[in-house]
Design a protein around this ligand. Structure first.
Ligand code: SF4
Length: 213
């Protein structure tokens, strides 16, 4: 692993430990969560998922009338859009008989391309599903990651793809490391590297450019 990235990872891991992501009971729940979390806080996703009362399966979503599905996911916001996204993502999963192993046997680049072709699935949603539902070694970049690397003096790039390539070319493809690293960045983004940075007490305080501005 590149030295600077390794330092970031180690500092965050020492501070926060293993965050045990993704908080879901099944790969399908990860997929649903990845859609529902678009443009909303995770607490709202939890409320929406809670509405399914432990009965969150592709078959149920597939058969639910759209309006009923919208009622259930309403707490996550943008529920009309998201209900349609869930329907088509579920259809895609069902086209593989909801067989996770069958998907895992395909090349990562093929599955990523297919997911990006599903209505409502962009880079971040696709990579979240690939990494956390199917355990492919692909790095997830999100708003917290973009903010961190805008502030941290690494010149990691300005777009999703640039930052993803920057990280993936410096950290060997490892599902557990990618899983933990993304989770740690999100946690630090929530606690310290917010829109208005709270640098005091941040595990990266000693090495991050922003602190010396
Ligand atoms: S030191 Fe400040 S700017 Fe740097 S990562 Fe931490 S909170 Fe963000």
């Amino acid at each position: 692993m590149n030295n600077s990235l390794s330092e970031i990872y180690q500092a965050l891991f020492l501070h926060y430990g293993d965050l045990q992501w993704w908080p879901a009971k099944t790969p399908y729940e990860v997929m649903v969560g990845a859609i529902l979390t678009q443009n909303t806080a995770w607490t709202n996703v939890e409320k929406a998922i809670g509405q399914f009362e432990d009965d969150l399966t592709p078959e149920r979503i597939h058969h639910l009338p759209l309006e009923k599905l919208q009622d259930l996911i309403r707490p996550s916001g943008f529920y009309k859009q998201k209900s349609q996204y869930l329907k088509v993502l579920t259809e895609w999963f069902m086209s593989y008989d909801c067989d996770v192993k069958r998907i895992q046997n395909l090349p990562l680049s093929d599955v990523r391309k297919e997911l990006l072709g599903v209505h409502g699935v962009g880079n971040e949603t696709a990579d979240s599903i690939l990494l956390y539902a199917f355990h492919f070694p692909t790095f997830v970049v999100d708003a917290y990651t973009m903010r961190l690397f805008k502030r941290y003096p690494l010149d990691a790039g300005k777009t999703y793809v640039q930052v993803k390539k920057f990280i993936e070319s410096r950290i060997p493809a490892d599902v557990l490391v990618y899983n933990r690293f993304h989770a740690l960045i999100v946690q630090n983004g929530k606690e310290h590297c917010k829109k208005k940075a709270l640098c005091e007490g941040c595990p990266l305080e000693g090495s991050c450019k922003k602190c010396f501005d």
